[in-house]
Ligand binder design. Structure first.
Ligand SMILES: [Zn+2]
Length: 221
């Protein structure tokens, strides 16, 4: 676990940063797949963790959510649109094709138990110094989180900083088979680029210290 900015820790759960979660001002953003639960609980150790937040209820973000909430006795928050999936644990039901082989494998091996959501979040809500940014497209109720004072952005899966097949770093749109509406997601990317974020924290791929690379990537879409 590495401090990448004041009170923000990057917690990679898989090799080559292929699945990441972040602890920021005591909020745990996302929770990886279900088999990561022991590793995640160990890494969180005795940090000052008070709330678990989902960028979106996909299997590789929600898998250890219930385990973490139960272990640390903390509440789970997400958007209104993701709530039913987070609570049921039936998260692959919101994929574009729930019967696709990869969706079925994720349902079996990655997604975790559902957990009650105690608060839903919407555009403009504040989480400490972070502001909720609604970024739909990849999933209906996808959220990103922006800390204006240092430009740190919890991106979620609006973009990845990794080619998910080769694992090489680089900016990409999220894979089509897991993205509900590509055009809506592109609008969310434009919304994030307009913030001119300085440090980008992705669900997949290394943290990006941004010198304008992100805005150039988005401008080309
Ligand atoms: Zn996703």
């Amino acid at each position: 676990m590495k401090e990448i900015a004041p009170k923000v820790y990057h917690i990679p759960l898989m090799p080559r940063n292929s699945i990441n979660v972040y602890l920021a001002e005591g909020f745990l953003f996302d929770a990886g797949i279900k088999s990561s639960k022991k590793k995640l609980i160990r890494k969180l150790g005795n940090t000052s963790l008070h709330t678990h937040v989902l960028t979106h209820a996909h299997a590789d973000h929600q898998g250890s959510s219930s385990a973490v909430c139960q272990h640390f006795n903390i509440p789970l928050w997400c958007s209104e649109q993701e709530k039913a999936f987070a609570e049921s644990g039936d998260v692959t039901r919101q994929y574009p094709d729930p019967n696709h082989l990869i969706s079925r494998l994720q349902r079996r091996f990655w997604s975790g138990e559902g957990h009650p959501v105690s608060k839903t979040l919407k555009e403009g809500d504040k989480l400490g110094n972070f502001t909720v940014i609604e970024t739909p497209g990849h999933s209906q109720g996808h959220l990103s989180f922006f800390r204006e004072n240092d430009g740190l952005l919890i991106v979620g899966d609006v973009a990845t900083n990794m080619n998910l097949l080769t694992t090489f770093a680089g900016l990409h749109e999220p894979p089509a088979i897991f993205t509900l509406d590509k055009e809506t997601n592109r609008n969310s990317l434009r919304k994030l680029a307009a913030l001119k974020p300085k440090i980008l924290c992705f669900g997949h791929g290394p943290v990006l210290v941004n010198d304008g690379k992100f805005e150039r990537f988005v401008a080309k879409l």
